[in-house]
Design a binder for this molecule. Structure first.
Ligand code: NI
Length: 226
């Protein structure tokens, strides 16, 4: 399931973030790539633990933890702290699948990458190319979102970033280990949660709401891993 989460950051916030990023010290993106994907990856990245990356990452996670769409779709257990990257001057990242397990620098805890997310900090009209292409069962999806918006997609999917041929594409990306490992089960729960939320608004007194909510939790209990 591919999910677009709009407006995590307001326009003035992304502008401030972009200005800070324009003056940052960037490193080669290969620093966090595996042996194979290093050959496909041509971009810039803030080093893991860079103060600016930490600040942006903390602000993102704070927003996400309060975002009902993200919580309902991702059912997050833990995350690999967000990293920040920049594609410019023809930079691209060819088709690959992300590593299954990530270990944050200096941490003993490992994160299984059930979900990948990209938050855009540049406006689509400020650069050419740079689409995130994700292959899923419905074909290839091309994603290029307004600044402040995020896309969430299964970590199992083949994806790439097209070459940026004009301007710069700033973004943040991170991985989530979900309480529910399987994308199909998460998608079912998301759908059911959405329907329950809608019914709660439209018919808050309906007695079946309690039974439906109970069934949601009983399904979740069946599938959850903690
Ligand atoms: Ni990737």
């Amino acid at each position: 399931m591919l999910l677009h989460i709009p407006g995590l950051f307001a326009k003035d916030e992304v502008q401030r973030i972009r200005e800070a990023l324009e003056h940052a010290d960037w490193a080669d993106g290969k620093i966090t790539a595996g042996f194979q994907s290093a050959k496909a990856k041509h971009n810039l990245q803030l080093p893991e633990g860079h103060p600016l990356a930490k600040e942006i990452g903390a602000a993102m996670l704070e927003r996400l933890w309060k975002n009902p769409l993200f919580m309902s779709a991702a059912l997050p257990h833990k995350v690999f702290p967000p990293l920040v990257n920049c594609y410019t001057a023809g930079g691209s990242f060819d088709f690959h699948i992300d590593n299954a397990v990530r270990q944050p620098k200096g941490s003993i805890e490992r994160v299984r990458t059930d979900l990948s997310a990209t938050l855009f900090f540049s406006e689509p009209e400020d650069y050419d190319g740079g689409e995130l292409e994700i292959q899923d069962t419905f074909g290839t999806q091309r994603v290029k979102l307004p600044a402040g918006d995020m896309v969430l997609y299964p970590g199992t999917s083949l994806h790439k970033v097209n070459a940026v041929t004009r301007g710069a594409r700033y973004a943040s990306f991170f991985w989530t280990q979900s309480l529910v490992r399987e994308d199909s089960q998460r998608a079912l729960l998301f759908e059911m949660d959405g329907a329950i939320q809608q019914l709660t608004q439209d018919m808050p007194e309906h007695p079946s709401l309690i039974r439906l909510t109970g069934t949601y939790h009983n399904l979740l209990r069946r599938w959850v891993e903690v």
